[in-house]
Design a protein around this ligand. Structure first.
Ligand SMILES: C[S@@+](CC[C@H](N)C(=O)[O-])C[C@H]1O[C@@H](n2cnc3c(N)ncnc32)[C@H](O)[C@@H]1O
Length: 412
């Protein structure tokens, strides 16, 4: 199987790797975007000298190979008589692009790819081979419509995926800011908290013999307050001994336990916990199932109508989905690349985030200058090339928002 996939040739583009015309250091400071116009494989190779190892987050939303008549080509089929069946054409298209972007990613970089059921398994095979199975992070399922579209075998599919890989083991997503305090069911003078973490150490190096000075008595009252000294005869004593009678140890030494005893809570049976306080600056792991009305495709369609006055692009992503992806997957100074830019949602989302958290994310977009057919709605609205649509959205943002700048680059 691997031999077969190795045979996928890079057939469509041949270009030399040249130095970038706009070096990273010379990108305008602050909230900015550069739109490169042309074929993305060619462009990525052209900018490679400057950007190799620099991209923190690559988000792409490639053609899904639906066979639909979109503004861009969305049909890449091949003969069935190979191991990949009709998917080979799409894989041949994607493979050199994924290989090239892999070299542009920072060691801690992340790549996130929108895809639907049709090519998702084949994308995963490509990604496993190019990025390594060990660097797979998640396959997020996103709900894109409430009702679902085209029923196959009587199932109305209403989800798609975002496939996420890291460049290396050092790639870590930072998670969402915790903004929901509903699960914090207790309150004290220090704020809202919940009880979900044992103060007795578990697992490795958890025995009394591992850290003898972390084995000491604690005292607790009927309200769950914990003390390091027996302040009154009413207090009950507890040692870090587990349910099987094994002597273990506490998480902290006695000095820290004394100073921070207000963070400890004891149940009536004397099980000691560390209070988990609600903290809006704390980040929590994203879940792999994303359902939110803000992520629905109809939202994206409305956004497109607002910007262009009509539904001139068939497959936009909702801004909120990309905002949440960027916010949870990389830091505020990130260099972000989207080489299947479409209407430029990624730049719009990064700008909104910069505005909200005073970040300095920079975005590189790439979009082809393919001619728009005369019978397409976008043509009727005066657009002649797909990249003109991307550019128009960037202009739309720049005209409304202070601090957003962009450049358009045509590189031969
Ligand atoms: C699914 S759309 C992306 C939509 C985008 N996420 C948005 O929110 O508008 C894919 C885009 O990739 C572009 N594209 C396809 N092949 C390309 C290539 N070889 N080089 C550059 N852009 C390409 C298409 O023109 C199309 O605009």
């Amino acid at each position: 199987m691997l031999n077969q996939i190795n045979q996928i040739e890079e057939t469509d583009i041949h270009c030399e790797i040249n130095a970038l015309e706009v070096p990273l250091a010379h990108l305008p400071s602050g909230d900015t975007c550069v739109l490169y116009v042309g074929d993305n494989l060619h462009l990525m190779k052209k900018i490679a000298d400057e950007f190799v190892g620099k991209v923190d987050l690559c988000y792409i939303d490639p053609p899904y190979n639906t066979g639909s008549k979109f503004i861009y080509e969305d049909q890449r089929v091949s003969q069935k008589d190979n191991i990949w069946g009709t998917h080979l054409g799409w894989m041949e298209f994607m493979r050199p692009r994924l290989e090239t972007v892999n070299s542009l990613l920072a060691e801690t970089g992340i790549i996130a790819i929108s895809i639907d059921d049709y090519e998702q398994p084949y994308l995963r095979v490509l990604m496993d081979q190019i990025f390594g199975q060990e660097n797979f992070i998640s396959c997020i399922a996103t709900c894109r419509s409430n009702n679902g579209k085209s029923a196959r075998g009587n199932v109305a599919t209403n989800h798609e995926y975002i496939v996420v890989y890291g460049k290396s083991k050092k790639s870590k997503i930072r998670g969402f800011l915790e903004n929901d305090d509903a699960s914090y069911d207790k309150t004290d003078t220090h704020g809202k908290y919940r009880i979900d973490g044992l103060f007795r150490k578990k697992g490795d190096a958890s025995l009394r013999t591992d850290r003898p000075n972390m084995y000491f008595p604690l005292y607790f009252d009927r309200n769950g307050n914990v003390f390091t000294e027996r302040l009154s005869d009413d207090l009950k004593e507890v040692f870090p001994v587990d349910s099987k009678g094994v002597e273990r140890r506490w998480l902290w030494g006695k000095d820290k336990a004394r100073e921070e005893s207000w963070k400890l809570y004891a149940s009536a049976k004397g099980v000691v916990y560390v209070k988990n306080y609600f903290d809006m600056s704390k980040r929590v792991k994203p879940k792999s199932l994303w359902i939110d009305n803000r992520y629905l495709t109809e939202r994206a369609t409305n956004e497109i109508k607002e910007i262009y006055g009509d539904k001139i692009f068939e497959t936009p992503k909702p801004i909120s989905l990309i905002e949440d992806l960027i916010e949870s997957h990389t830091h505020e100074q990130a260099l972000i690349l989207d080489f299947f830019a479409g209407t430029g949602t990624t730049a719009h989302a990064a700008h909104n985030l910069n505005k909200r958290d005073k970040g300095k994310r920079k975005v590189i977009l790439m979009e082809q200058d393919q001619t728009i057919k005369t019978d397409h709605l976008a043509f009727k609205h005066g657009f002649r090339k797909i990249s003109d649509i991307t550019k128009a959205r960037l202009e739309w943002i720049a005209n409304r928002e202070s601090g957003f700048t962009f450049q358009v680059k045509n590189i031969q």
